[in-house]
Design a protein around this ligand. Structure first.
Ligand code: SF4
Length: 589
């Protein structure tokens, strides 16, 4: 007699769910036994409901704060974090396009080794064993190990430094946009080798000597936000662009001064001389010495060098000093030659004599380029590799074979290294020249694909779960009829063509509804108590405590899940927890 197969109703529904999905995909891989239908959904994911987590954009060294929108474990959108001090909610096109890298079909997905000139996938165990053996040999040998990382700060940077110290390796932090000339100029003029923080929002007049701050310079997303604030209102800040080529930034200027390439520094020094000579700025103790050193930059001399009329130089200096505070910035194409440091020093001097230092030009820890290597250190590493003094090279998140100028010979020196490791996102020039390669997670990465029992290696999977305690079921508290269930972004409202529309991030409601009407109208203003209450009652997912039903029940309480604010937060770090032994427990959704 054949064995009978007994299905209960739940198993039958699971199989039907898998069968329908398999038919839709042509019964292709992955194998059916690894599929988990959402009939058994993870407790912290509601199908169809997006959630957000805070992260940092790493497409350039600015490090803008981002909020990544994810659905069912997949990142689907990146927005600027309105609470982040660098970008205040802004995001440049590169940041918006960062998702393309996450879903790039050609990205590195698994460890691979080069065998006979061809790349071959291997398991993580074999890859780690091979790398450990090779690095062990290198550390015991007479030659050394070199570790090249990208501009990683925080715990990742500290980990790389500790690893290099333990392995007696040379550690080099490589960043193509290192702003070395700007840091050196700041060190010489102000004694602080840092990239200053420029406050565009507070400036009443902006003079740019080649700096394309709306495109690529230092922190374009944050600068664009500050520039927009400076230009808003009834008395917008005036903007003068001094550059030989009209850039996109220059196209936004009130006035474009097209001086010949390389003469921007003379114009900046001429303006400083006029300000000192006519005492248009604050009193500076070095007045006499500075005026003496600028003797060669009278407006008439500047006119001969730059072609800008002497009267124009004097008028520009007077206007800049009287704007108070103004802001002068230099960079871009004007800082690409041998005189780059001199140009930045001239711009620093102009800001100093006009009284802008401490008002629109500040020094602090952001942006932090302290650990970034100078080009001299890069050249020393190239020389060591070329001389055969490096046995193993590890490159993590950087592409020096492309970023270092070809004449410096980084790619050629790599050939002299015996074993090369690349930890990278894409098959770039450096990874292609290595012997061992492994994937590197992206800042926008989340649990993709999510399978039962497997959690994301870097990012928590969803709000409402915690590594410190039992996984909490969570539910959303919302008003009947409203679909506005996620309020990580700030709320604002707008009216177009007489029709109102709720602009809250992730709000799916077309028409303005009463709770959102009470929320703050602009992102830059703090919400009113009424608006905050409306946000909490209408939109913020909440955790519920309950003591169960029956005559002993004491009802239930609910608490909002805090909004994510810092990198890595999902708003779950300070979720209220029931006191032990109180009888309160989590209520499931
Ligand atoms: S400026 Fe653009 S690319 Fe750079 S960190 Fe900010 S969003 Fe990312």
């Amino acid at each position: 007699m054949s064995d009978s197969i007994v299905f209960d109703r739940r198993d039958f529904l699971k199989l039907v769910g898998i069968g329908v999905a398999g038919a839709a995909s042509g019964c292709a891989s992955p194998p059916a036994e690894k599929w988990i239908p959402y009939l058994v959904a993870p407790t912290d994911i509601l199908p169809g409901v997006p959630y957000w987590y805070a992260s940092t954009c790493r497409e350039c060294p600015a490090g803008c704060g981002v909020l990544v929108k994810a659905r069912e474990g997949r990142a689907i959108k990146i927005e600027g974090n309105p609470d982040h001090p660098v970008n205040a909610g802004g995001l440049c096109p590169r940041g918006q396009a960062a998702l393309q890298g996450l879903y790039d079909p050609d990205r590195v997905k698994s460890p691979q080794v080069r065998e006979n000139g061809a790349w071959k996938p291997i398991s993580w165990d074999d890859a780690l064993k091979l790398a450990g053996e090779k690095l062990g040999e290198a550390s015991r040998g007479s030659r050394g190990i070199a570790l090249v990382t990208d501009h990683a700060t925080g715990s990742l940077g500290a980990l790389a430094a500790e690893w290099a110290a333990a392995a007696h390796a040379t550690h080099l932090v490589y960043e193509p946009f290192a702003h070395e000339s700007l840091r050196e100029a700041s060190r010489r003029t102000f004694g602080r080798g840092e990239v200053p923080r420029y406050d565009f929002a507070s400036a009443r007049m902006i003079v740019s000597f080649g700096a394309d701050f709306l495109e690529t310079w230092i922190s374009p997303a944050g600068f664009a936000r500050g520039f927009a604030q400076a230009r808003a209102g009834s008395s917008p800040a005036r903007f003068v662009a001094v550059e030989p080529r009209l850039s996109l930034t220059g196209a936004n200027a009130d006035e474009w001064i097209a001086c010949p390439p390389g003469t921007e520094m003379a114009l900046a020094l001429g303006m400083s001389r006029v300000i000192l000579e006519q005492q248009l700025g604050p009193v500076v103790p070095e007045h006499g010495a500075l005026l003496g050193s600028l003797a060669a930059f009278a407006p008439e001399s500047v006119e001969k060098q730059t072609g800008v009329p002497a009267a124009k130089v004097a008028a520009l200096a007077k206007e800049f000093a009287q704007a108070s505070p103004g802001l002068a910035v230099g960079g871009g194409i004007a800082a690409q030659g041998e005189a780059a440091t001199a140009l930045h020093a001239a711009v620093n001097l102009l800001n100093y004599v006009a009284g802008n230092v401490g008002r629109t030009v500040r020094f602090g820890r952001v942006p932090n380029f302290d650990a970034v290597a100078g080009f001299g250190e890069v050249q020393r590493l190239i020389a060591a590799m070329g001389a055969g003094k490096v046995e193993a090279l590890i490159v993590q998140g950087a592409n020096p074979a492309y970023g270092v100028p070809a004449w410096a010979g980084f790619a050629a020196a790599m050939d002299k290294v015996i074993f090369k490791i690349a930890i990278t996102e894409a098959w770039d020039e450096t990874a292609s020249s290595c012997d061992w390669c492994s994937p590197r997670p992206r800042s926008s990465r989340c649990s993709t694909p999510r399978r039962r029992g497997r959690r994301c290696s870097r990012w928590p999977a969803a709000r409402g779960s915690s590594a410190r305690g039992p996984r909490a079921g969570w539910t959303t508290s919302r008003r009947a009829g409203s679909r506005c269930i996620s309020a990580w972004g700030a709320a604002r409202t707008s009216k177009r063509s007489g029709a109102s529309r709720c602009r809250r991030v992730a709000c799916g409601k077309r028409s303005l509804h009463p709770p959102c009407a009470g929320a703050r109208p602009r992102r830059s203003r703090p919400p009113s108590p009424r608006g905050r209450a409306a946000q909490l009652s209408c939109s913020t997912p909440r955790l519920r405590f309950t003591t169960g039903a029956g005559p002993t029940s004491r009802g239930s309480r609910s608490f909002p899940i805090p909004r994510p604010r810092r990198c890595g937060d999902r708003g779950s770090r300070s979720i209220p927890r029931p006191p032990p032994g109180s009888g309160w427990r989590w209520a499931t959704a």
